[in-house]
Design a protein around this ligand. Structure first.
Ligand code: BES
Ligand code: MN
Ligand code: ZN
Length: 497
């Protein structure tokens, strides 16, 4: 997809589809100027009521005389000053309509959208992201691909501004939106891959692939022997039940100054979570191939950072293993010593995410990080608490929590902070070890966060529980690419000014 930002006169555009925005009165300047060229044909439709005035309603008009565009897509603003939430509806309606319209190019005259609570940079970033995303499919394993049919694909979109002023920041915003979409697409592809293909070693290969020809990015991976030497016995207690070797992947992106402390993004990469000996029920178990979506979001974010060549140091850490039942698998009641020296009683082998993450958090200390954010499909309880709309956020640092919360709001990829405290920490008490790996009944998302916090004392740390937001079930089954938008927005907010 080629997304350009340019200046020009909307009425003069030679395109397969000109996209215009209008309120009930048709007074928006660009709309009005094009309407004039058509002899009032467009405003006649508006006054006749052909376009329902709710934000994001659309009307595709095949041909209008007086202008060069082959079609016009009219989009309702809903109100004179739409909000950012209306803006999200408007942008996604345009993206999905254009991607289904059997056209290859379009021009979007976005000047008429004036949002009450967001600026043009935000709007352009969102357009670029949604338009690039709209055509996403995962048909890798279908014998008959979408491209084999006679489908016509949108390949070039221009975002048109009347004035020549401030084109540069808008071009940057479009590049950001496209990079976020490319990152989401990578995260979705990795998530949708089946567990027999997407194994820990496969993720290592993907990381090496990402670094190919990118001088700022270097990649290495630790295998089980290396981890044993480091004393990562908590991590290894998960991978030992599987014949797939566990991996700790380190993606080191150096875009900032040498002395700048890095941000570490740590992804949970359980490529299949059967539950282990604490076996999960059979129904819907296939969806546990998505238990590596935290890792996938780190991949996607690293890709966006590389695409944009951002001037910042970021380390992507991937803790990846398969959680399987076997004669040599961990059993409930087993006790292991983590790399930090703290001992853990494994009361439930299905609480495996925290067992791989805790050792990776200890490993992260060596980078002297400015902040560590882990991203994990960690608890079913998070779906009970927040449903499929909002990711869970837990942190030991208010500033970091607020930066992530704000980034989520800006990117339309929301997170909500949950508390942490002594009363919850107590739920992890074990009779035999320093802690248990489960916190008993109630507050499952919080006690999982409490567990991780015990390995994150050396740096500002935050945890995103994406159990409810990383993929969709049912007829729309598939990875969403979340929280790549939140993470990229957060990284953008951390750039030197
Ligand atoms: N990967 C699961 C969490 C999960 C479940 C995510 C369903 C999305 C949908 C995680 O490893 C797990 O099994 N967690 C347990 C923890 C429990 C044993 C304390 C859970 O949530 O049931
Ligand atoms: Mn589990
Ligand atoms: Zn899991």
């Amino acid at each position: 997809m080629d997304i350009a930002v340019k200046s020009g006169n909307a009425a003069k555009q030679q395109t397969q589809c000109l996209v215009l925005f209008t309120g009930t009165k048709g007074k928006q300047p660009v709309f009005a100027s094009v309407d004039k060229e058509t002899g009032g044909a467009l405003s006649t439709l508006i006054t006749r009521g052909d376009l329902q005035q709710t934000a994001g309603k659309t009307l595709l008009i095949p041909a209008v005389s007086g202008i060069k565009a082959e079609r016009v897509l009219l989009v309702a603003l809903g109100k004179e000053k739409p909000t950012a939430a209306d803006g999200e509806k408007i942008v996604s309606a345009v993206a999905s309509t254009l991607s289904r319209a059997r056209i290859t190019d379009a021009v979007i005259a976005f000047d008429d959208i004036e949002l009450s609570d967001q600026d043009t940079v935000w709007l352009v970033r969102l357009f670029a992201r949604n338009i690039t995303n709209a055509g996403y499919t995962f048909d890798h394993y279908k014998s008959k691909k979408k491209d084999d049919t006679d489908s016509v694909e949108l390949s070039s979109v221009a975002l048109l501004q009347a004035s020549r002023k401030e084109l540069e920041p808008l071009k940057q915003a479009a590049a950001e939106g496209a990079a976020i979409a490319a990152g989401m697409s990578m995260a979705r592809d990795l998530g949708n891959q089946p567990g027999n293909v997407c194994t820990p070693k496969y993720l290592t290969e993907q990381a090496k692939e990402l670094a190919k020809g990118v001088t700022k990015l270097s990649v290495k991976a630790l295998g089980e022997k290396d981890m044993e030497k480091l004393g990562m016995l908590s991590f290894l207690s998960v991978s030992k039940g599987s014949s797939q070797e566990g991996q700790l992947i380190i993606m080191d992106y150096k875009g900032g100054k040498k002395a700048d402390k890095p941000v570490v993004l740590l992804g949970k990469g359980i490529t299949f979570d059967s539950g282990g000996i604490s076996l999960k029920p059979g129904a819907g178990m296939d969806e546990m191939k998505y238990d590596m979506c935290g890792a996938a979001s780190v991949f996607g974010t690293m890709k966006a950072i590389v695409d944009l060549q951002l001037p910042i140091n970021v380390i992507g850490l991937i803790a990846t293993a398969e959680n399987m039942p076997a004669g040599h698998a961990s059993k409930p009641g087993d006790i292991v010593t983590s790399m930090s020296g703290q001992t853990i009683e494994i009361l439930n082998t299905d609480a495996e995410g925290r067992l791989v993450l805790c050792d990776a958090l200890t490993y992260a200390e060596r980078f002297k990080p400015k902040a560590v954010v882990d991203i994990a499909t960690l608890t079913g309880a998070c779906i009970v608490a927040l449903g499929h709309h909002t990711s869970g956020l837990i942190s030991n640092n208010d500033e970091l929590a607020e930066a992530l919360f704000a980034a989520g709001n800006t990117a339309g990829d929301k997170a909500w902070r949950l508390p942490m405290g002594e009363e919850y920490q107590k739920q992890l008490d074990s009779n035999f070890a320093d802690m248990a790996n489960i916190g008993g009944s109630g507050a499952g998302t919080i006690t999982a966060g409490c567990f991780l916090s015990r390995y994150a004392k050396e740096f500002p740390w935050a945890h995103l529980d994406i159990a409810g937001t990383a993929w969709k079930s049912g007829g729309e089954k598939g990875a969403t690419g979340r929280p790549v938008p939140l993470l990229v927005q957060y990284i953008l907010s951390q750039l030197p000014s």
